[in-house]
Write a protein of this length. Structure first.
Length: 210
């Protein structure tokens, strides 16, 4: 499988890159600063391009089987549109170049379907205030994805950790994993690659949690 990966220098993106290359995927990692992406392999091509410019990334998306974006918020204290704008640019480039399969990383914290009462009534109202800016950006990003008419999957992890890949995580379609409050970035990356291989995840928000 040939994939184009955005956000490869971030915590989740690097895990996706490593797992995809280990699985034999041909990965084109689109980055702003290639110096931040150490290591290489026979399955990896690193390209510097501006993700906000659909014309600049079009040739990097053409002919790919799928696009994965793990671009996340830069910081949460001020309003941001980085996820919305980057995803809108990627969607435009995909439409223009005939690539249909898209997987994006969002979060489960914004939603309460499937949650227990403590999470729904106590924890999440607090988090909603603390993370209102990045969550607002992610909600807009999800709207862009749903309106794209592409073959999309939205992945929704809870709190991310730097723990190991276990493969023992749980998933839920269009609702949160009950009691799932954290997941490692390595397991999230594993879940993303499983979604890539699963046509049943198309047009679905997949929550991934331990």
């Amino acid at each position: 499988m040939k994939i184009t990966l955005f956000g490869a220098t971030g915590g989740t993106g690097r895990q996706v890159l490593d797992l995809a290359c280990a699985a034999g995927y041909e990965v084109t990692a689109v980055v702003r600063d290639p110096a931040r992406l150490t290591g290489n392999g026979q399955h990896l091509t690193v390209v510097t391009a501006n993700v906000m410019d659909p014309d600049a990334i079009g040739s990097l998306i053409a002919g790919r089987h799928a696009v994965v974006t793990a671009i996340g918020p830069r910081e949460g204290r001020t309003p941001s549109t980085v996820q919305t704008d980057s995803t809108a640019s990627i969607v435009t480039a995909m439409r223009h170049n005939g690539t249909r399969r898209l997987i994006v990383v969002s979060n489960s914290g914004m939603f309460t379907d499937g949650d227990g009462p403590v999470s729904r009534l106590v924890a999440k109202p607090i988090l909603r205030r603390l993370l209102r800016h990045p969550w607002a950006d992610m909600r807009r990003m999800e709207d862009v994805v749903r309106d794209s008419e592409l073959d999309w999957t939205i992945t929704r992890p809870p709190m991310l950790t730097n723990g190991p890949r276990t493969g023992s995580y749980r998933t839920a379609a269009d609702r949160n994993v009950r009691g799932g409050i954290r997941v490692s970035r390595a397991d999230l990356a594993d879940g993303i690659l499983r979604c890539l291989a699963d046509p049943g995840s198309i047009h679905t928000a997949v929550s991934i949690a331990n």
